[in-house]
Design a protein around this ligand. Sequence first.
Ligand code: ADP
Ligand code: GN1
Ligand code: MG
Length: 374
Amino acid sequence: MDIVELKLLVNNFKVDEEIKDIFPYGSGHINDTYKVVCEKDFYKVNYILQRINHTIFTKPLELQENVALVCKQQSKDNAKLRDGYRRNLILIHTRDEKVCFVDEKGNYWRMYEFLAHTIGYDVVETEAQAFQAAKAFGAFMNSMSQIPSDKFHETIPDFHNTPKRFAALEEAIKADKAHRLSSCQEEVEFALANKSMTEKLLKLHNEGKIPMRVTHNDTKMNNVLLDADTDEALCVIDLDTVMPGLVHYDFGDLVRTSTSPAGEDEKDLDKVYMRLNIFKALLGGYLSMTRDVLNDLEIETLPLGGQLMTFEVGIRFLTDYLNGDVYFKTKYDEHNLVRCRTQFKLVKSMQEQEEEMQVALQKALCKIESLKNA
Ligand code: ADP
Ligand code: GN1
Ligand code: MG
């Protein structure tokens, strides 16, 4: 869409400033995101404009009901804080008071206030950033626990049902729609060899040992915005998949997206591995908020969450590669395969450090205990 069309679109929302510029923004794989730069009386006021991917989120209105629910709860929780206005997403309503605008082509659009002076990291640089992000997602889960889980629509059914994700991979292998199977034999073999991992957590849930909670489900490092100067985590964003889930989905995706020193699409696999010091920082941050909420088995299995989520996303990238890149945005032909390789390399690195991760967990628990007793 060109800027003239985008400006017309923004005019449907309660934006009264003069629109100076609109351009694509961020590195999300799903929605189309734009930054809208506005000005009023020489003051800059910016917004985020998003086209919801309605091929993936087939019920955008239900999705927006979830988003509005989360924003309301978060703003209530932050109301007393001095800088509370920077700590939750603020939806801009349409001129007729709706939470999204539907254009003549049937596209669904939403707008948020732009959270100024923040950064979402694709790659974590310091332990402090990891600690902050994990703390913020832990606090987010606590905040969501105040909303009854049946108030949420399931925006993507079976989103983290790893066995079903695996079945989808098996289908894709069989169909070989894009004739790419011969170019990813090694990755397919790795996936098949690790199939048994996919059932572990759901089995514990089905046995009544670990509960479903309201989780974020897409806790990618760049889905939390940190203050650009201090790196304090301010706001959890990308609320499209907030719905019932296991705590491991949230902790696990943080491990996936922050422990490697390289990006999700790094081609040099020597640069991809699990950094134990970042894992420790994640444990510290996450448990500082959730230690008293989670049961012992949930805590004990947190490291497994890291492996499982990384494996799950790896098989999703591989499935999409085999299907001809129909789900994730890609920039070149082998993009999904490259992403799959980084995920599998990271899984291997976690498998090699399983013992160290468990020791780190025990140490993190002792540290929290001693802080409590101090
Ligand atoms: P996607 O589902 O495609 O990942 P996101 O909602 O995560 O979409 O948005 C994409 C990117 O836009 C984010 O990673 C972040 O950099 C930026 N972003 C989103 N919302 C805001 C906001 N309110 N203020 C500032 N930046 C934002
Ligand atoms: C997508 O929207 P984004 O880029 O934050 C995806 C996640 C994957 C992630 C992999 C709705 O997240 O599930 O883990 O890409 N979101 C959806 O980077 O499928
Ligand atoms: Mg995102």
